[in-house]
Design a protein around this ligand. Structure first.
Ligand SMILES: *Cc1c(COP(=O)(O)O)cnc(C)c1O
Length: 361
């Protein structure tokens, strides 16, 4: 028996995809499956989400790997590429690198690809100031790309919100206005909304939506749970208790002796640690569920193990399942809060040592 295990529910994934369609019924869906589908295992996720109209990943290598595994849907490379060789590779594998920089336009104007790129997206910097071409330079870029002969005539405009998790923030409105004005000028389809905007900003849905996190059943908002949006957690992270023992008052647990028994205590050790991606920031901060009961994580997180206070869960035994996150009694959003980070980080940093177990399909 291998543990820790991230159990991936295909039916939950498909349920959440249906929620995207529910929120944005008129938009096409570009499912974001970068970073190994947010740590969920990209091949199984791509297979489960083949009703998508397209996929998006961050990097060329992620896209090539999907093609190698037989994925035939359009695949957008959100970071784009910057060399002639990489553009050739993209053309060869029928991939769609986003154009976000004028030097990419220069490069495409100076080379001849083995075949024109298809399903082309230009990233507009509508206010986030990360990747993108400024709105006033879009029409020039577009006409240069058209004459380059290296792209067919399927073009769209993409942009990304910097503050979509802040519902009602005026900066979202400003970004949307830039995109609406470009849509009117160029007549091109627009793709703008990430999960938070899909859930809370219907005016921004437009032609294409681009959700990631919500597909995995996680809320992008600090103040709402995934259940409130009708989403189901896709990943359940579990491991096993590998030891239980008793401590006397005053005895300390783990590196640095960061936890001291204030009374006679029962302690458990579970097999997971920062070497699996269970954040060290959870030292003395987190909780787990054993036999349906919540128990505090105590002391420092080690590379391979965590210590748990079992004093109120005295019936727990070696071999018992330990839930780290992913059921309604303990969601990853809560654990992210304890770690002082966002759930995106917790799921994407799970290491290879965590077994992925795909269920129901
Ligand atoms: C990761 C990413 C998304 C998906 O965002 P979620 O918040 O996970 O829905 C969409 N667009 C871009 C450009 C991204 O980098």
């Amino acid at each position: 028996m291998t543990f820790p295990t991230a159990t991936i529910s295909i039916s939950a994934l498909q349920h959440n995809f249906a929620r995207v369609k529910h929120y944005a019924p008129k938009s096409k869906v570009m499912s974001v499956i970068k970073a190994d589908a947010y740590g969920h295992g990209v091949i199984a996720v791509a297979e489960a989400l083949k009703q998508s109209d397209a996929f998006a990943v961050a990097r060329l290598s992620e896209a090539v790997s999907l093609r190698d595994h037989g994925v035939t849907l359009p695949i957008v490379i959100l970071e784009g590429v910057n060399t002639a060789d990489d553009f050739q590779l993209a053309a060869e594998f029928n991939l769609s690198p986003v154009i976000h920089l004028s030097s990419q336009v220069d490069l495409l104007s100076s080379i001849t690809l083995i075949q024109p790129l298809r399903f082309n997206w230009i990233m507009v910097d509508s206010g986030m100031h990360r990747l993108g071409i400024r709105p006033e330079d879009i029409e020039t870029a577009l006409s240069r790309l058209k004459v380059s002969g290296n792209m067919n005539d399927e073009f769209g405009l993409m942009s990304h919100f910097a503050n979509s998790d802040l519902v009602g923030d005026i900066r979202n409105q400003h970004q949307l206005e830039h995109m609406l004005s470009l849509k009117e000028k160029t007549g091109l389809p627009v793709c703008l909304s990430n999960s938070a905007a899909v859930l809370a900003y219907p005016e921004s849905h437009l032609d294409w939506v681009r959700p990631g996190l919500m597909l995995y059943g996680i809320s992008p908002f600090a103040e709402t749970t995934s259940a409130e949006h009708g989403l189901l957690p896709v990943m359940q992270l579990t491991t096993r208790l590998i030891s239980t023992y008793d401590l006397n008052t005053g005895e300390q647990v783990g590196y640095g002796g960061d936890w001291t028994a204030k009374q006679p205590s029962r302690i458990g050790v579970a097999s997971i640690g920062y070497g699996d991606g269970y954040s060290r920031h959870l030292s003395n901060q987190s909780e787990v569920v054993i036999q349906g009961q919540r128990c505090p994580v105590i002391g420092r997180i080690s590379m391979d193990t965590i210590c748990i206070n079992l004093t109120d869960c005295i019936q727990a035994n070696v071999g018992d399942e330990v839930l780290l996150w992913g059921r309604s009694e303990l969601m990853v959003e809560e654990i992210a809060n304890y770690a002082g980070t966002i759930p995106y980080e917790l799921v994407t940093v799970l290491s290879k040592r965590v077994n992925r177990d795909v269920k129901d399909g």
